[in-house]
Design a protein around this ligand. Structure first.
Ligand code: ADP
Ligand code: MG
Length: 723
């Protein structure tokens, strides 16, 4: 489906817009063939369908051919549902007569053990050698709604309409679930990609990116087979203003195992995927409900909001309080209303001065019966949308399918009011129900007719709204450096210089020298191999100082009691030197001791760990978390992918466990975030320059002072791959 060369382009067209499709394995008893025929009829496929089965003369009331060679003309696409062992022969026969596109429904390939893996590899080689495209094996196939094509083996929803949503899914069933969610957004092209022997998720995304019928791309991912290409496509999608909404499974051990046995795919590390998605502007959702609501919302939104700043409005104080709780937990901001907005709301609600309109806005509490409720609601929506801090207005209104008819008129007034209010603003106005219990047609009729987003269930709805705000704010962020840093391997080589040639690890002193060459602030320090030199060093650095063991055999100096802090005099330095030597001799008698490091004592601050690790799929990634030993245990760090812009780095600083301390907690002043952002971006540059050479880098800790006071690396370690 990818379209770099002409033959691939032809293959891509043959898959998505074939004039003639041959079905191999066609029989009235083959469910794939049966459904394909029904689906094609349902969508009004304008082309020709041919059937191949050596055991039949007629199927589906039409003539059936014994093999591909006997067909009256060469089909554009061959859909195959025969036992796995015969698929290679069928594809071979197709290639010989000039077919360039295949959809293979048959299972029994990589998902089914070693023999299947070999079969799948053969299949891939066969197609690649001739520039042919193939979806599957072990897939449901493809639907192009507008073109009336459905080489697809599961029943389609009867109301399937053309629309802006393109989907690629490694799970056929999730794809069917999304289509059957019966929302008011239609689909362009959907692909169940199965084992992805040839056509990968990335290929499908590339196609959807170029497809003028597709405005929103949805990807259900078990594994990314071409992760770096995915990143590139995601960046292109962002530049083109086409959101990608991704659901990635396999975050848990069990989930990863289940995904592996499903389509034989390794899932990769969840945190890294989250970082990749965030950095490339991909909206990440975590379950199908969240996906469905997000698709509904994005599908009905024209013009993105500038931020997640949202106003909630409803007629139930209790439900609004609940919605506010959920909104906060999913990252939606509910800003305070401007004084002019408050005045305006009081006026349109005819509310007494004692009533203080707020966000969320409970119009039930304020409403006086001298104006129709829908009019009041509309005016409130418009007033909220006028507030400078509000970019999205969300109206919470229940509309359960089985409502007592007596309740309908009241609820309908709110829904209709939302619609009239929405007409007075360019900002997105959304209606959502607090509970997923279907929709009462009479309540939502006006909302549907207006094409307004209509979401179900407070949590998934508010998650969707939060995604919309995030996506919009990312699109608006001018801070994001699109002119990314370009790798310069010579800069890293120079920074390492003649340090420790042939060694695979740089300890504290040398690692800090490399950091320093990248402009990262480190402690002033000197090496000493006897107490007198240590004292001299301390004097020239200035008291107080710290003394730390230098030994090639010891990674964690504190483990052997090899760190002495707050040394304020010559005498204290001398004693500390001797104590450190004694401590090592006691804890690790076999360790070689080179001497000690005398370093300036950095003023207390927040200790962070910053690091670079190699990810199996995406290469080097930058990590940040709270420093200290627990970080390894808690495994709760934020991850950033390269190139790392200041915008990305700032995002990371809000995304690790305990990151709130940076903002100032328990009366502490806020930390110097700008200084940390600067360190992170420089570490990102180092990681790019050292690709293939750097194994791992640890800055632990980086001590961060209060705003304006900067930050300093007090300990570091660098591990090479092979030099
Ligand atoms: P380890 O090898 O045990 O990780 P570190 O150099 O990280 O040794 O020191 C352990 C702890 O001592 C740090 O987490 C930090 O709290 C403190 N520390 C080390 N060096 C300094 C310094 N120069 N200024 C202030 N505190 C320091
Ligand atoms: Mg340390």
């Amino acid at each position: 489906m990818s379209c770099p060369g002409l033959s691939e382009r032809r293959a891509c067209r043959a898959l998505t817009q074939p004039d003639c499709v041959a079905v191999v394995g066609a029989s009235d008893r083959n469910p794939f063939a049966q459904r394909l025929v029904r689906n094609m009829a349902q969508l009004g496929f304008p082309g020709k369908l041919l059937f191949v089965n050596p055991q039949r003369e007629r199927v589906f009331d039409t003539l059936c051919y014994p093999d591909l060679d006997s067909l009256p003309h060469v089909p554009d696409c061959v859909a195959i549902s025969v036992p796995a062992a015969s698929v290679i022969d069928v594809v071979g026969a197709g290639l010989r007569i000039g077919v360039r596109a295949f959809v293979v429904n048959s299972a029994g390939f990589a998902e089914a053990g070693l023999r299947g893996v070999t079969l799948q590899e053969e299949l891939a080689k066969q197609c690649q050698a001739s520039g042919a495209s193939l979806i599957g094996p072990n897939c449901l196939g493809l639907v192009n709604v507008r073109a009336g094509v459905a080489t697809f083996g599961a029943p389609l929803p009867l109301s399937l309409a053309p629309g802006p949503v393109g989907v690629v899914s490694q799970s056929g069933s999730s794809l069917v679930a999304l289509m059957n969610a019966q929302r008011d957004v239609g689909f362009s092209t959907v692909v169940s990609s199965g084992n992805e022997a040839v056509c990968t998720t990335e290929d499908a995304i590339e196609h959807l990116l170029a497809d003028p019928d597709t405005r929103i791309i949805v990807a259900f991912i078990e594994t990314l087979r071409r992760p770096l290409r995915f990143v590139d496509l995601a960046q292109r999608a962002r530049a083109a203003g086409k959101p990608i909404i991704a659901l990635k499974v396999g975050a848990s051990q069990r989930g990863a195992e289940a995904a592996f046995s499903h389509t034989a795919s390794l899932t990769g590390e969840a945190r890294v995927h989250a970082a990749v998605f965030r950095a490339a502007g991909v909206v990440q959702v975590f379950d199908l409900d969240e996906l469905v609501e997000t698709v509904e919302l994005f599908g009905h939104t024209h013009g993105w909001p500038k931020s997640t700043g949202s106003a909630l409005l409803g007629i139930s104080g209790g439900e609004l309080a609940l919605a506010a709780d959920i909104a906060t937990s999913v990252g939606l901001e509910l800003p305070d209303l401007a004084p002019t907005t408050v005045d305006m709301l009081r006026e349109v609600l005819h509310a007494p001065r004692s009533f203080a309109p707020a966000n969320p806005l409970d119009i039930g509490a304020a409403y006086r019966a001298d104006a129709p409720l829908d009019v009041a609601c509309a005016r409130c929506v418009a007033a909220l949308a006028d507030d400078p801090s509000i970019d999205i207005v969300a109206v919470a209104q229940d509309a359960q399918r089985s409502l007592n008819p007596e309740q309908v008129p009241l609820y309908r007034q709110i829904a209709d009011g939302a619609v009239s209010g929405a007409a007075q603003t360019a900002k997105p106005v959304v209606m959502f129900t607090n509970v997923s219990a279907g929709l009462h047609d009479d309540v939502v009729r006006g909302v549907r007719a207006a094409g307004m987003p209509l979401l179900q269930g407070a949590r998934p709805a508010l998650q969707a709204i939060s995604h919309l705000g995030w996506y919009g704010s990312e699109a608006a962020a001018s801070e994001r450096s699109t002119a990314a840093y370009r790798a310069d391997p010579s800069r890293f080589r120079q920074a390492v210089g003649g340090l420790a040639p042939g060694r695979s690890v740089l300890g504290e002193i040398e690692a800090k020298q490399v950091l320093s060459a990248y402009g990262i602030p480190v402690t002033r320090e000197a090496f000493a191999d006897n107490p007198l030199v240590a004292v001299e060093a301390a004097r020239s650095i200035g008291f107080p100082v710290v003394l730390k063991l230098v030994s090639p055999d010891i990674v964690h100096k504190s483990d052997v009691d090899g760190v002495r802090l707050s040394l304020k005099s010559d005498a204290e330095v001398e004693v500390a030197y001797l104590e450190i030597l004694a401590a090592v001799a006691r804890h690790r008698p076999s360790a070689r001791v080179a001497g000690v490091l005398v370093a300036e004592q950095v003023a207390p601050g927040i200790e962070l760990i910053v690091g670079v690790k190699q990810d199996r799929q995406f290469g080097p990634v930058v990590l940040v978390g709270l420093g200290g030993v627990l970080v390894e245990v808690l495994d709760q760090v934020a991850v950033g992918v390269l190139p790392l812009s200041a915008h990305d780095a700032r995002g990371m600083l809000g995304a690790f466990a305990g990151s709130a301390v940076l903002g100032g907690a328990r009366g502490r002043p806020a930390a110097d975030l700008d200084a940390v952002v600067d360190v992170l971006t420089r570490v990102g540059e180092l990681a790019l320059d050292s690709a293939g050479v750097l194994g791992e880098l640890d800055l632990n800790p980086l001590i961060v002072g209060e705003a304006g006071a900067g930050c300093t690396v007090v300990d570091a370690r660098l591990v090479f791959t092979d030099r």
